[in-house]
Design a protein around this ligand. Structure first.
Ligand code: PLP
Length: 480
C-alpha cells in the first residue's frame, strides 16, 4: 500500500468506523457465538500473497463483528465504561503514525514533554495538590500507565523499596530478605482484585480490611489491623485506598486513613480507576478530600473521560521514590541530557521499556471538548444513573443495594440469590442489554453502569423494561 492508496483506504476506514458507531445500537450488544467460533472462519495460516482491502473489510463483518461485545452500544451497562470519542480516535491515529517509542526524553522529546504537561493539565482539572504536579521543577509529576493494575503494582513496588531501604538504614545487619518477609500491604475487602494481584507479584504479606455499611474502609479498621501486625513483628508499609469500588462504587475514608499512613510512614496509594474522572466536576471533588496524605494517585482517563484505552493517569508526590526504585541505565539508553536534572525519562516510572505517544489523544480530547463539555458528560451520566435508580425504587419488587453516588446502580429483586442469578441470565441471554453482577455482603446483586457516551434516557427506559420483562417471566415461572 502506497501513500495514495492509504489516503483512499483511510477515508473508507473512517467511513466504516463512523457508520459502525452511528448504527451500533442496531446490533445485539452481546454476541451469540460459542468458544472457538472464529478459527473455522479463517484459513489455518497467513496468506502467501497480498489480499485486497475490500476482502478484509468484508471479513470484518463476517468474522469479527459477530464475536464483538459492543462496549460502545448505549445498551451496554456492564463493568464500568471504557471511553470512546472521535477526537481521541484521531489523536490515536496520529500516535500510530508517528509510532515512536518514548522510553526516554531523547527517544522522542515531544512524547515525553506533552505527557508531563497533559498530566499537569489533568491534575489541575481535578484540583490535585501542587506537590503532585511536575510544573517546571516540581518533585512530583504524572505519568500515563497502561492500566490501573500497573499503577498499583508500580506504587507497591516503589513502596516496598522505600521501606526496605529505610529499615536497612536503621538496622544495617538485616538483609533485604529479612525485611521483605515482614512487610504487610493493606487494602479494602472491596478493593479490585488487581490490588491483591499486585501484592502477590510483589511477594509481600497482605491483609484485607473490613468495610463499614457504606463499603468504605475507615480509620479505626485500618488502625486495628496495623496494631495487630506490629505486635507480631510485622512491618506495615503500604495501604491502597479505593475511591469508587468496582462492586458498589464505595469510597474509602481518606481523611481518617491518610493520617494513619503518614504517622506509620506507610505509602498511601489511591486507586480511583473509575471514579477519578468525576473529580473534574467541583461538586464531586469532595470525594477526593484527603488526597494530600497520599504518595500516589491513579485513575483511568480511559474509563470515563472520553480518552480511548489505554490511558491510566498516575501521579506521585516524590518522583525520586519511583525513579529510584526501578532505575536501570544501560549505555544504549543513555543520552546527553539525562543528568541535567531537567528531563524526564519515563522508562524509570513504569514496568515496560516501550511506551506509545498516548498523551496525543488526551491533548486532542481536552482541546476539542474543553473542560465544560467533559464535566457535562460526567454530569449527564450521573443524572441517568439516578433516573434508573428512581425507576427501581418505584417498583416494590426490587431494592437498591448501595448508595448511588456516581454512574453505577446496584439493585436486585427482593428475593433469593438464585432468583437474581436467573434474572441476570435471562437478561443477558436476550442480548438486548448487557449487565454484570457482583456480591455485596453475600447477596447476589445486579449492577447497571451508565457506560456509552451516547446513552440517553430512552436507553435507560428500554433497559428497565427489558429487566422487568425478564423479572416477570421469572417470578411467573416460580409461581407455577
Ligand atoms: N481498580 C478499580 C477500582 C477498578 O474498577 C478496576 C477496573 O474496573 C481496576 C482497578 C482495574 O483496572 P485496569 O483494567 O485499568 O487495570
Amino acid at each position: 500500500m502506497d501513500s495514495s492508496e492509504f489516503r483512499r483506504r483511510g477515508k473508507e476506514m473512517v467511513d466504516y468506523i463512523a457508520d459502525y458507531l452511528e448504527n451500533i445500537e442496531k446490533r445485539d450488544v452481546y454476541p451469540d457465538v460459542k468458544p472457538g467460533y472464529l478459527r473455522p472462519l479463517i484459513p489455518d495460516s497467513a496468506p502467501e500473497h497480498p489480499e485486497s482491502f475490500e476482502d478484509i473489510v468484508k471479513d470484518v463483518e463476517r468474522v469479527i463483528m459477530p464475536g464483538v461485545t459492543h462496549w460502545h452500544s448505549p445498551y451496554f451497562f456492564a463493568y464500568f465504561p471504557t471511553a470512546n470519542s472521535f477526537p481521541s480516535l484521531l489523536g490515536d491515529m496520529l500516535s500510530g503514525a508517528i509510532g515512536c517509542i518514548g522510553f526516554s526524553w531523547a527517544a522522542s522529546p515531544a512524547c515525553t514533554e506533552l505527557e508531563t504537561v497533559m498530566l499537569d493539565w489533568l491534575g489541575k482539572m481535578i484540583n490535585l495538590p501542587e506537590q503532585f504536579l511536575a510544573g517546571e521543577a516540581g518533585e512530583g509529576g504524572g505519568v500515563i500507565q497502561g492500566t490501573a493494575s500497573e499503577s498499583t503494582l508500580v506504587a507497591l513496588l516503589a513502596a516496598r523499596t522505600r521501606m526496605v531501604r529505610k529499615v536497612q538504614a536503621q538496622n544495617p545487619e538485616l538483609t533485604e530478605n529479612d525485611i521483605l518477609c515482614r512487610l504487610v500491604a493493606y487494602f479494602s475487602e472491596e478493593a479490585h482484585c488487581s490490588v491483591e494481584r499486585a501484592a502477590l507479584i510483589g511477594g509481600v504479606n497482605m491483609k484485607k480490611i473490613p468495610t463499614n455499611e457504606k463499603f468504605s474502609v475507615c480509620g479505626k479498621a485500618l488502625r486495628k489491623a496495623i496494631e495487630e501486625d506490629k505486635t507480631k513483628g510485622l512491618i506495615p508499609f503500604f495501604f491502597c485506598a479505593t475511591l469508587g469500588t468496582t462492586a458498589s462504587c464505595g469510597f474509602d475514608n481518606l481523611l481518617e486513613t491518610g493520617p494513619i499512613c503518614n504517622e506509620e510512614n506507610m505509602w498511601m496509594h489511591i486507586d480511583a480507576a473509575y471514579a477519578g474522572s468525576a473529580f473534574i466536576c467541583p461538586e464531586y471533588r469532595y470525594l477526593l478530600n484527603g488526597i494530600q496524605f497520599a504518595d500516589s494517585f491513579n485513575f483511568n482517563a480511559h474509563k470515563w473521560l472520553l480518552v480511548n484505552f489505554d490511558c491510566s493517569a498516575m501521579w506521585v508526590k516524590k518522583r525520586a521514590d519511583i525513579i529510584g526504585a526501578f532505575k536501570m541505565d544501560p549505555v544504549y539508553l543513555q543520552h546527553e541530557h539525562q543528568e541535567s536534572g531537567t528531563v524526564t525519562d519515563y522508562r524509570h516510572w513504569q514496568i515496560p521499556l516501550g511506551r506509545r505517544f498516548r498523551s496525543l489523544k488526551m491533548w486532542f480530547v481536552f482541546r476539542m471538548y474543553g473542560i465544560n463539555a467533559l464535566q457535562e458528560h460526567i454530569r449527564k451520566q450521573i443524572r441517568l444513573a439516578h433516573m434508573f435508580e428512581d425507576l427501581v425504587k418505584q417498583d416494590e419488587r426490587f431494592e437498591i443495594c448501595a448508595e448511588v453516588i456516581l454512574g453505577l446502580v446496584c439493585f436486585r429483586l427482593k428475593s433469593t440469590n438464585r432468583t437474581n442469578e436467573m434474572l441476570l441470565q435471562k437478561i443477558n441471554k436476550a442480548r438486548k442489554i448487557h449487565i454484570v453482577p457482583c456480591h455485596l455482603r453475600g447477596k447476589f446483586v445486579l449492577r447497571l453502569a451508565v457506560c456509552a457516551r451516547t446513552t440517553e434516557l430512552s436507553h435507560i427506559q428500554y433497559a428497565w423494561e427489558a429487566i422487568i420483562k425478564a423479572a416477570e417471566e421469572i417470578l411467573m415461572d416460580e409461581r407455577i
